[in-house]
Design a protein around this ligand. Structure first.
Ligand code: HEM
Length: 287
């Protein structure tokens, strides 16, 4: 084994050690809490549970449907039961119970009470009962209903059907312990359209029902401080950022920065080491 070979071997060992050290250094830098991935991932808002103290829902179902029922075609009427009241143009349900996350990502409020629509001399009987608001995101909720024709025992054809989607954008969070929305747009789902239509109706998915009003008071959370709360006075850019659901934010940070950075550092170390080896070889006089 000649001395040139020994020198080269030692250099390549040193180069390998340098590469390993570089990779470890890059890895620990990126994994440290102050590293870019962790900083990007850090959510400083906390999602708390809001316990409902009082809840009222006002909703007219669909103005054209009320006109159809009470008009000369169906010659019908509606009666309300179990706490529901009607004052043109809306039915009201009070005493809703439930809880929800302060970013409105989950949770629900259930109301009890029935509307019985009848018409066509008994040819039409349609119940709309027990609405439930299910929160699904900062601006979105579902309206779940018991709907359809009731049998002798009072069971309806469509139980707990997701009848509509509710757009909650523009709700007022007040002092942080209330949520008020006066005219939240409500759009039928396909299941909701089926439940309304019976044999004769022609409602379709996406069709607008009457807007819905919700008045909530709750405790245990501060809705106004929630990052997800869209405040109308905020700059549009800030509002957009605040609306980004947590899951999307996390997904964004899942770009594989760590392996990319390690690869980059490794390439630099290899380049520098190779350069040093070449330079060393040039300087060394031939044996
Ligand atoms: C004897 C039975 C029935 C007859 C003759 C009948 C007839 C009609 C007619 C003529 C319309 C059109 C009204 C208009 O354009 O202004 C209509 C609308 C409608 N019907 Fe009936 N119908 C009957 C039963 C039912 C039943 C059982 C249901 C559901 C359970 C139903 C649900 C609807 C709906 C959702 C509409 C649309 C109302 C709107 O304009 O918003 N009908 N029906």
């Amino acid at each position: 084994m000649n001395s040139e070979y020994m020198v080269k071997k030692q250099r390549s060992r040193a180069a390998a050690a340098g590469i390993t050290a570089g990779i470890i250094a890059a890895g620990s830098l990126l994994l440290s809490p102050a590293g870019p991935a962790a900083a990007h991932d850090g959510h400083d808002h906390e999602v708390a549970t809001c316990a409902v103290d009082s809840a009222e829902l006002r909703w007219g179902v669909k103005e054209s449907f009320r006109n159809y029922i009470s008009g000369s075609i169906a010659n019908g009427e509606w009666i309300t039961e179990n706490g529901v009241t009607y004052e043109t143009p809306a039915f009201s349900w009070a005493n809703g119970v439930g809880s929800f996350a302060s970013d409105l990502s989950e949770g629900s409020i259930e109301f009890t009470g029935d509307i019985h629509f009848t018409g066509h001399n008994g040819g039409l009987t349609l119940d709309v009962s027990n609405p439930k608001i299910v929160f699904t995101g900062p601006d979105a909720a579902q309206l779940v209903l018991d709907m359809g024709e009731a049998d002798e025992t009072g069971n309806v054809a469509y139980e707990r059907v997701v009848a509509a989607k509710v757009d909650l954008a523009g709700y007022d969070a007040g002092d942080g312990s209330t949520l008020t929305v006066e005219e939240a747009p409500v759009a039928l789902t396909a299941e909701g359209a089926d439940a309304f239509n019976g044999e004769y109706g022609d409602y379709y998915a996406g069709q607008e029902l009457d807007p819905l009003a919700l008045n909530l008071a709750f405790s245990g959370c501060d809705l106004a401080s929630s990052e997800a709360t869209p405040a109308p006075s905020e700059e549009p850019e800030e509002t957009e950022e605040a609306k980004v659901p947590i899951s999307e934010d996390v997904e964004e940070s899942e770009f594989p920065w760590l392996p990319v950075a390690i690869g980059g550092v490794a390439l630099i170390v290899i380049g520098v080491t190779t350069g040093m080896l070449i330079a060393g070889n040039k300087k060394k006089p031939k044996a």
